[in-house]
Design a protein around this ligand. Structure first.
Ligand code: FES
Length: 495
């Protein structure tokens, strides 16, 4: 009997990233059917996985250990009715499987009687053949328990996952994310960093309207926006009002840079963190009711005390209300204010976003990132977004120090340690542009399947682009952000 699981749940079960599984699929080592993995295939490809070690079981153990303390319940468990419906669905499947087993039992009994009849009415050869069939059947049935035990663990683990969370698949992009706790589909998508279209977040504008293709949903917040009867009949729903009860497939457009509305948001300074002598990380918190919509790699204008400055965002859109920016020490008034006067709880107005230096959300190819000095900020945002969405097959970061240094070198080394598809090469600007281009492209002789994102001065971008295109990088795979701050004016010495 086949039992199919979505790829994101398989990734959780086996403790691997989706991109690692995509590589196995690409290499023909893991078979899928319509993007789903058969349970028997999963048992075959991952014979050594210990299901009990999975985080979901640990979370259930945590609930038990904490005697269902409210804090844990709020974080882990969905709404009571959603929970009841999910349990009912799992119960229905269990009942159907049990009924099927009883039916098979009947068929086996019937078969045994028939074989006896055949043996009795036949000669010695027939009796010998029947004995052979019975022996084979007994052997096969006796041999089953070892694999059945693993299958049982897998099914138990998967059932716990399906009760605690549901998977949402977005068409046509193919993105997948989990709906956990009391989240609406919209909240879960934003937490996963998937920029689906929305507006008010509270059921008034209709901008988060999508079409339900399959699966079961439940309204958890009322909405004032009125859906037409024909829309409802076609499966339309508002993501900010509904949660997923079962695994669902929705048809929804993923927003691009042009779809981001212009916003003006009053934020509070959470921290001013010195990363080195030249750079501080400014951590801002958006109001609960007005988080900033942006795509990784975009810029915003900051305003405090009448002073303004434009900076790329260094954090991932999946970080909820947190916005991080890297401010360089220079003579610009806003920079001086940040370095000399800015304190926790100060108000900073954020305006934007702007810019098209954004990640291609549908690309699952190798990605090369190049950052120069504080050009690391937008690149960091892109990398964190790519990591959260697991969109890239491999990621290679080349960071040229400029005059700010590798001010988050430890973070990059930690990424390289934690992710087997992430590689980090720090470079020195003193090497000169020709040597830098050579060092960056040394490991990429053929860039046909790559995307290249570079935030650097023109002096590096121009030769890098030419060299990458000569290595068959598609012009559509080139994405750049010209560094316009003080470090951009540093001339790049040729070797
Ligand atoms: S975002 Fe406005 S109705 Fe959902």
């Amino acid at each position: 009997m086949s039992h199919y699981l979505p790829l994101s749940r398989v990734a959780r079960l086996v403790g691997q990233s989706r991109s690692a599984l995509q590589r196995l699929i690409h290499d023909g080592q893991l078979a899928t059917f319509d993007g789903m993995v058969d349970m028997n295939e999963l048992l075959r490809v991952f014979p050594d996985v210990q299901w009990e070690e999975d985080g979901e079981f640990r979370r259930v153990e945590e609930i038990k250990a904490n005697a269902f303390r409210k804090r844990v319940l709020d974080r882990v468990l969905p709404d009571k009715e959603v929970l009841a419906e999910r349990l009912y669905e799992v119960g229905k499947e269990f009942a159907a499987a049990k009924a099927l087993l009883l039916h098979y039992d009947e068929v086996f009994r019937f078969l045994a009687d028939k074989l006896e009849d055949v043996a009795e009415s036949g000669g010695a050869t027939t009796q010998e053949a029947v004995a052979g069939v019975k022996h084979w059947l007994k052997h096969e049935l006796d041999a089953a328990p070892q694999e059945a035990e693993r299958a049982e663990q897998l099914l138990a683990q998967e059932s716990v996952m399906r009760i605690l969370s549901a998977t949402v698949t977005v068409l046509p992009s193919g993105h997948e994310f989990f709906v956990e706790g009391n989240d609406t589909i919209l909240e879960a998508a934003l937490r996963a960093g998937i920029p689906l279209n929305y507006g008010c977040s509270n059921g008034n504008c209709g901008d988060c309207k999508v079409r339900l293709v399959s699966g079961q949903v439940k309204k958890v917040h009322p909405h004032d926006y009125v859906l037409k009867e024909t829309e409802k009949a076609g499966g339309a729903l508002l993501m900010c009002s509904y949660t997923a009860v079962s695994d669902v497939v929705i048809e929804a457009g993923v927003a691009g840079a042009d779809d981001m509305p212009h916003q003006e948001i009053p934020t509070r300074v959470k921290a001013v963190e010195a990363l080195n002598e030249q750079i501080v990380a400014l951590h801002l918190t958006a109001p609960r009711s007005q988080r900033l919509r942006f795509l990784a790699g975009q810029r915003v204008i900051l305003e405090a005390g009448g002073l303004r400055g434009e900076y790329p965002i260094a954090s991932c859109p999946c970080e909820d209300r947190h916005i991080e920016l890297h401010v360089r020490r220079d003579n610009r008034p806003f920079s001086r204010r940040v370095f000399e006067e800015m304190r926790k709880e100060d108000v900073v107005r954020v305006e934007g976003p702007a810019g098209t230096f954004v990640i291609k959300l549908d690309s699952r190819r190798p990605v090369v990132f190049v950052a120069w000095g504080e050009g690391f900020a937008p690149v960091k945002s892109l990398i964190q977004h790519a990591m959260s969405l697991e969109v890239a097959e491999t990621m290679h970061l080349y960071w040229v120090d400029g005059d700010t240094g590798h001010y988050q070198d430890n973070l990059c080394r930690a990424w390289a340690d934690a992710y087997d598809n992430f590689f980090y090469t720090p470079l020195s600007a003193g090497a000169g542009s020709a040597n830098l281009v050579q060092a960056i492209l040394a490991a990429h002789p053929d860039m046909t399947r790559c995307d290249l994102y570079a935030a650097a001065p023109e002096g590096l971008l121009t030769p890098l682009r030419e060299a990458a295109l000569s290595r068959r990088l598609s012009p559509l795979g080139w994405h750049d952000e010209v560094l316009s701050s003080a470090s951009a004016s540093i001339s790049i010495a040729s070797p």
